[in-house]
Design a protein around this ligand. Structure first.
Ligand SMILES: Cc1cc2nc3c(=O)[nH]c(=O)nc-3n(C[C@H](O)[C@H](O)[C@H](O)COP(=O)(O)OP(=O)(O)OC[C@H]3O[C@@H](n4cnc5c(N)ncnc54)[C@H](O)[C@@H]3O)c2cc1C
Ligand code: SF4
Ligand code: SF4
Length: 572
């Protein structure tokens, strides 16, 4: 007879949030002597192998949890000593004077990080600490995904660890389950407990790491403009790391009107800019990867951050602050606060819903939710007034390409300078001056797709080194994907829906959104017995979930894989 495995605490995802939680809880249990059993499930083959970020991050939470992080050889790529916010045309670049841009984009003193290395370091700290706390039994499992949420008597009781569970051994149960899984399965908790009034909206982050000939360590650029000059929200980032390595990436919102917004291609267009060319020409591509970022902020947060038997953390909760591209410290703070709340509950022998409530109360008083509230209209401002990115930004970019940002700024005001000034004033009032317009509503990203979208014309960058540009199939090689036999991790719900969708887009001479927007050459159209059908090369998939978000028919679901299959993001 098989026995039921039950832990006190189950952490789904070896994420910055959950590993912070685990470490802090170990510290608290060491002091209190409380006996605990804890398990961590990470779907990647090792901790960090399926984590990707920029990343530039403020160390304030790190300092609270690991005050001696430097002595512990915390992996730092560089400390930012030169922070820039720049606007790009396709050939020109304008570094906005620091006095003119929001303080949130001044990253001087922040750490430049490789998040996969940080996560691997955190997992080692947890393992080391656990040796020192004999009253806690800590089991760390890599290559194990949580596949389904188990709900018993109205509470989350645990998860299944295989796609098709057959016996009790295929489940892990716990008094409390903490989801730091970027929503992979915790979205089912949000749906099941009806926690959402407003949908989450997403962007996709695509990133490459380059070996350069020069040293750019400590230099940080965030950019607006080229190649996002079609009204799509987003921008680029370039971070200088030690050993002459350079991170080049883009964060692109998935509420783009363009049904053929190919993020990997956009990143190649970005790299064609002469400024980036000057850094990577003659260099070598080391890694490529992509992942989603939750962008909705305050009004996309679930009504409760906890349900009976479970809590939500980090990107699974949606606490990333898009205004300053900060998710790591927010995720870690979720973990820090959760550890304290859970420890108090375990000490009292109380893991009821009421015992989890202080998690939401304390997080709401912390900088995490306070900042989210303060910046609640940032993303919305750009949705509300499409002229900001679709009309004014391209004019400024043209001025920059013509050699004069000032003439670009002036031309942005024509033919209606008063209207433009008012638009600028209204945007700043919402984003910077605390104007309150009450709760806002978002629509799911795919609803913004305009099938007949016409890409506005803009001159291409002048010349570029062809060796620095990679096609999508070639880029996949640098994501290190590897799958087990029989892998089937994306569900297509209805093949007939795809046939109709393909007909609609073929009639417009366009690719269907899943094919165009995939970051890794997975989706394709096959002609089977004269019918165009949707097909997938799943062995290429890098788990970003973009296809699911942009499918206009909500006809896909990207699931966790088994046996540690998927991309290898170590180094991203
Ligand atoms: C390209 C890019 C650039 C970014 N730049 C920055 C930046 O400069 N600064 C910054 O602060 N933030 C940045 N972010 C955001 C930041 O990386 C995230 O907000 C942060 O990593 C969220 O942490 P988390 O704890 O929620 O977990 P995540 O980092 O989302 O990690 C989730 C973990 O859970 C695992 N997992 C998922 N599902 C399952 C499952 N079912 N079973 C088991 N394991 C599972 C995954 O493999 C992964 O290890 C960036 C993000 C991207 C994509
Ligand atoms: S998966 Fe979605 S986007 Fe792709 S063909 Fe099917 S319906 Fe269209
Ligand atoms: S198939 Fe979907 S999840 Fe996989 S890489 Fe493409 S867009 Fe991302």
């Amino acid at each position: 007879m098989s026995t039921r495995i039950e832990y006190d605490l189950l952490l789904v995802g070896g994420s910055p949030s959950n590993l912070t939680l685990a470490f802090r809880l170990l510290e608290l249990a060491k002091d209190s002597g409380k006996k605990l059993t804890i398990a961590i499930l990470e779907k990647g083959k090792e901790f960090g192998s399926q984590v990707i970020s920029g990343a530039v991050s403020h160390p304030h939470v790190l300092e609270k949890v690991w005050p001696n992080y430097k002595e512990l050889n915390f992996p730092i790529e560089a400390v930012c000593n030169d922070s820039n916010l720049s606007v790009l045309g396709s050939s020109g670049k304008w570094d906005i004077p620091s006095k003119l841009y929001p303080k949130s984009f001044d990253k001087n003193g922040y750490l430049v990080l490789t998040l996969s290395h940080v996560v691997a370091w955190m997992a080692r700290q947890v393992q080391e600490k656990a040796k020192d706390v004999p009253n806690v039994e800590m089991d760390l499992f890599t290559g194990f995904s949580a596949h389904q949420v188990v709900i018993e008597d109205g509470r989350v009781a645990g998860v299944s660890v295989v796609e098709n569970p057959q016996s009790e051994e295929d489940y892990v149960y716990a008094k409390v389950t903490a989801f730091g899984d970027k929503g992979f399965i915790s979205r089912d908790v949000i749906d099941k407990f009806k926690l959402r009034d407003n949908p989450q909206i997403w962007s996709v982050g695509v990133k490459e790491v380059w070996q350069c000939n020069e040293d750019y360590s400590g230099k940080v650029w965030h950019t607006l403009g080229w190649p996002l000059l079609d009204g799509t929200f987003g921008g680029g980032f370039v971070y200088g790391m030690k050993d002459k390595k350079l991170t080049i990436g883009m964060v692109i919102s998935l509420d783009s009107a363009d049904p053929n917004m190919n993020p990997q291609l956009k990143l190649q267009e970005y790299k064609k800019h002469p400024w980036i060319q000057s850094m990577i020409s003659g260099g070598k591509l080391l890694k490529y990867g992509a992942a989603l970022l939750p962008e909705g902020g305050y009004y996309s947060l679930p009504k409760q951050y906890y349900v009976p038997g479970a809590i939500l953390l980090g990107d699974a909760l949606g606490v990333l602050n898009v205004k300053n591209l900060a998710g790591i410290d927010r995720a870690m703070e979720c973990g820090r606060i959760a550890a304290e709340v859970l420890h108090e509950g375990f000490l009292k022998g109380d893991t009821s819903e009421a015992a989890l409530k202080p998690y939401q109360e304390r997080l709401s008083k912390s900088f995490v939710i306070q900042d989210s509230f303060r910046d609640r209209y940032f993303r919305y401002t750009f949705q509300k007034n499409p002229k900001l990115l679709g009309q004014y930004l391209p004019k400024v970019a043209r001025g920059i390409d013509g050699g004069s940002p000032i003439s670009g700024l002036i031309s942005a005001g024509f033919p209606n300078p008063i209207g433009a000034a008012l638009d600028g004033w209204r945007a700043l009032s919402l984003m910077e001056r605390g104007q309150d317009i009450g709760p806002i509503k978002y629509e799911a990203d795919y609803k913004h797709i305009v099938p007949d979208f016409v890409t506005p014309k803009y001159d291409e960058p002048p010349t570029f080194d062809k060796n620095t540009i990679y096609s999508r199939p070639d880029a996949v090689f640098y994501a290190g994907t590897k799958y087990h036999e029989g892998n089937q991790h994306i569900d297509e719900f209805n093949a007939d829906v795809c046939i109709e969708c393909i007909k609609r887009y073929s009639a417009r001479n366009k690719a269907v959104p899943c094919v165009a927007d995939c970051t890794a050459e997975v989706h394709r159209v096959d002609v089977v017995e004269s019918v165009k059908r949707h097909g997938m090369s799943l062995e290429n998939c890098i788990h970003c979930r973009t296809c699911e978000v942009v499918c206009p028919e909500v006809n896909l679901r990207v699931k966790p894989t088994e046996q540690g299959s998927g991309p290898d993001f170590m180094g991203l």
